[in-house]
Design a protein around this ligand. Structure first.
Ligand code: ZN
Length: 242
């Protein structure tokens, strides 16, 4: 531990401590940007909507397959009814066959009507599914736009903070330049404990921890040489006397 250091150089530690506080605040700001929560929210929304879209598109695929199947069935019923109608019109079959064909035509007509109702219902469901897909796509596009905007804002904010950090880091290096290595080492050791490593002694109060020092500690400090390195008895900060 340095016992002595030029008071003028010691005083510079107050500026270093101010910079270190600004760095800690900037890093905290970078970790807690409101855009980060926004991005997390928007990312979750985008994923949810993408999932919903996949499900709805699969549903449309199923509906289309069912509709094609129904169309084929309707075609088969129509073909068969046409064949019966043609044979009836020809009138060449035996009477018993003609009668069976009449019965079959009646049941084919019923079947066709049922199938056509089903087809109509499918068409309505398909229209509803189309509407839902369109609205999900619109929601997804809006969420993606919000996400991109939040990412842009985060990028801008991080760039600003990084610029500030670069500037104050250079300033810090300038302040430490020419300072005794053992004084810097002591300062860094205190700072490594997560504390403010230097503070002004303001009357009886240490400005690093904002506590008042007791009388005996103050007496020791006041009687120390101007170039002595003195510490706060409460928080350990290097105390800078004015
Ligand atoms: Zn203190």
């Amino acid at each position: 531990m340095p016992a002595k250091a030029d008071p003028f150089l010691q005083r510079r530690l107050l500026d270093v401590a101010r910079i270190d506080q600004a760095v800690a605040a900037a890093e905290h700001r970078r970790r807690t940007l409101p855009e980060l929560a926004q991005i997390a929210d928007d990312t979750a929304t985008v994923q949810k909507l993408r999932g919903a879209l996949v499900l709805r598109q699969a549903e449309i695929g199923d509906l289309d397959r069912d509709a094609r199947k129904l169309d084929n069935e309707i075609d088969a019923v129509r073909t068969r009814a046409k064949r019966d109608t043609d044979r009836l019109a020809a009138g060449s079959a035996p009477a018993k066959d003609l009668e069976n064909m009449q019965h079959e035509l009646t049941s084919l007509a019923r079947r066709q009507s049922t199938l056509e109702d089903d087809a109509l219902e499918l068409m309505e469901r398909r229209e509803l599914a189309d509407t839902e897909v369109a609205s999900t796509q619109a929601d997804l596009a809006a969420a993606q736009e919000r996400l991109a905007a939040a990412e842009q804002r985060r990028g801008d904010a991080v760039a600003d903070i990084d610029d500030e950090l670069k500037r104050v880091t250079a300033e810090r290096a300038g302040l430490l330049d020419g300072m005794p290595a053992d004084l810097i080492k002591l300062y860094e050791q205190i700072r490594a404990r997560g504390r403010t490593a230097a503070g002004a002694l303001n009357g009886a109060r240490c400005e690093a921890c904002r506590m008042d020092l007791d009388r005996s500690a103050l007496n020791d400090i006041w009687s120390a040489a101007p170039d002595a390195v003195v510490r706060c008895t409460e928080c350990g900060a290097i105390l800078i006397r004015s």
